[in-house]
Ligand binder design. Structure first.
Ligand code: ZN
Length: 176
C-alpha cells in the first residue's frame, strides 16, 4: 500500500500568514501589513502556478523573497517582470513606495519562512484541497463527527488504515 501524503493548501497558506504576522508583531516592524498582504498573494500564486512541478515550485519560492529586495538573480521570466523586460525600470506595484524592500535582517527572516517550502517542494507541489482532507477525516471518524470524538481506540486505528488504503490521501501537519 502506498499512502500519498498531502499538505492542505488552505492550511499551508494560513501557516505562512501566521509566520509573517509573527515577524510583524514580535521582531521586525519593518514588515508592514501591505507587504504581508503582497507576500501572501505571491505565495498563493507560487502554489497555484506550480502544482505538479516541484522543480518550478522550488525555483519560484527561492526567488520570491530576493525578488522583493531587487535581487533578480534567481528569477525566471515566467514569474518576474524585471526578467521579462530588463531594460525597463522595474516597479513593484504592490510594495510600499513601489520600491524594493530593504534591510538585510528582514530579508533573512523572510527567506527563513520560505526555506522549508523550497526544501520540500516535492510535497508542496502536490497540495490537497480542504475537501480532500475533510473527506478523508470524515471517513476516518465515521460515524462520530470529528468535533466530538475524543477516543483513541484500536477500532480508530483500523479505520485510519482502511481509509488511507482506499483514498490514498492522508493529510498531514496542519490539516487536522
Ligand atoms: Zn525578479
Amino acid at each position: 500500500m502506498t499512502v500519498q501524503k498531502k499538505f492542505n493548501k488552505n492550511h499551508v497558506v494560513k501557516n505562512i500568514d501566521k509566520t509573517l504576522y509573527g515577524i510583524h508583531h514580535n521582531k521586525n516592524k519593518k514588515l508592514i501589513k501591505n507587504t504581508i498582504t503582497h507576500l501572501q498573494k505571491c505565495s498563493k500564486y507560487c502554489f497555484a502556478k506550480n502544482q505538479g512541478n516541484p522543480l518550478e515550485l522550488r525555483e519560484n519560492v527561492q526567488a520570491l523573497i530576493p525578488h522583493q529586495f531587487g535581487d533578480h538573480s534567481q528569477c525566471q521570466p515566467r514569474f518576474c517582470g524585471f526578467k521579462r523586460n530588463p531594460e525597463l525600470k522595474y516597479v513593484h506595484r504592490s510594495l510600499p513606495y513601489k520600491a524594493n524592500l530593504k534591510h538585510d535582517q528582514l530579508r533573512t527572516q523572510l527567506e527563513e519562512v520560505f526555506k522549508p517550502i523550497a526544501f520540500d517542494a516535492e510535497t508542496y507541489s502536490q497540495l490537497g484541497s480542504s475537501q480532500q482532507c475533510e473527506h478523508a477525516n470524515g471517513e476516518v471518524l465515521l460515524p462520530v463527527p470529528k468535533s466530538i470524538h475524543n477516543g483513541n481506540s484500536e477500532a480508530l486505528d483500523f479505520r485510519v488504515h482502511a481509509t488511507s488504503a482506499t483514498s490514498a490521501v492522508m493529510c498531514i501537519n496542519w490539516c487536522c
